[in-house]
Design a protein around this ligand. Structure first.
Ligand code: FAD
Length: 285
């Protein structure tokens, strides 16, 4: 199903938000990921997205994409980055996706390789990738949005102008970076709408799982953590069980507040783990 149709169904019914998950090709146990995905499937995700990073080959990403689509029979949205693909790679991959009847793709610039390898340079920004995909295929396209502005952007308004270029080039839906301060998301949504962007904005949710994870994620992408949450993270620094429970409670509150505001989709960054996401969904659905 195309992205617009997935979210249009929600807008028509207005009952519960559309649920989607993000996973990555595992570095070791595929069997463990299969088990986690089987648990997550019970929550009827509209789609599962699969990341593209230097820690996995395109072949591993494809294996996971095919597994989700064919074995789990859930719609899948592979991520595709400018950094890892030439025009020729993209063209070939679109043919693979067409043959496999995959309906959606998440078009990203990607992060610069951390292993010192040179990135591909055919596309500089995600809007160029969106434009190229659109010229070659009718696949529906998701793009990334940043409620606190992208880390390289001088300010949020400039970042939203650049977001608009992706939508004008033919993208259908915006998936946001994870955030913990809902007020920033609400303000962002307001600014995006003011800029004339009407596409669905899907909130990115990452449950807090551990001290190391939250520190890494929020520092890398410069994501604010409200004081009340930051205090608890320090308190449970060495207490994994309490941190998990706190992470679930925080995400449940966040999802409830987002649902109340009328958002149409929740996209969970699962980190390939089902426990916290399942508990959150048990509470909110
Ligand atoms: P762009 O939209 O190209 O923006 C990058 C920067 O350039 C921004 O500061 C923007 O304001 C600016 N900019 C954009 N267009 C222009 C233009 N035309 N002219 C001048 N400036 C411009 N990374 C991975 O490597 N693999 C993944 O699988 C992955 N999945 C992700 C999923 C989601 C939902 C999100 C939110 C992020 C994901 N990322 C992933 C991270 C993402 O690749 C990085 O944040 C990257 O730095 C920016 O990607 P983008 O597509 O948002 O880039």
């Amino acid at each position: 199903m195309k992205l617009r149709d997935i979210y249009r169904t929600h807008i028509a019914s207005q009952k519960t938000p559309v649920i989607s998950f993000e996973v990555f090709p595992p570095q070791n146990s595929w069997e463990t990921l299969d088990k986690e995905l089987t648990i997550l499937k019970k929550y009827n995700p509209a789609l599962i997205s699969v990341t593209s990073t230097s820690s996995a080959t395109n072949c591993e990403q494809n294996k996971l994409v095919q597994n989700i689509q064919n074995t789990l029979q859930v719609s899948v949205m592979p991520h595709l980055t400018c950094m890892r693909n030439t025009r020729k790679d993209v063209e070939e991959y679109l043919t693979v996706l067409k043959d496999a009847q995959t309906d959606c793709i998440l078009a990203l610039r990607g992060d610069y390789p951390s292993d010192g390898t040179s990135p591909c340079t055919d596309f500089r920004y995600a809007n160029e990738l969106v434009e190229f995909i659109k010229s070659k295929s009718d696949i529906s396209i998701g793009v990334a949005g940043y409620p606190e502005g992208h880390i390289e952007s001088p300010n949020i308004n400039e970042d939203i102008n650049n977001l608009k270029k992706k939508l004008d080039a033919g993208a259908d839906v915006i998936y946001t970076q994870l955030f913990y301060d809902d007020t920033k998301f609400f303000k962002y949504t307001e600014l995006v709408r003011k800029a004339g962007i009407t596409a669905p904005i899907i909130s990115g949710i990452m449950p807090i799982l551990s001290y190391k994870q939250i520190k890494k994620m929020t520092t890398l992408a410069n994501i604010s953590v409200p004081d009340k949450i930051a205090e608890k993270i320090e308190l449970y620094k060495d207490d994994t069980a309490s941190m998990h429970e706190f992470g679930i409670e925080t995400a449940v509150n966040q999802c409830r507040s987002l649902i109340e505001s009328g958002i149409c989709g929740l996209h969970f960054y699962t980190l390939n783990k089902s426990y916290s996401v399942s508990k959150i969904l048990d509470n909110i659905l």
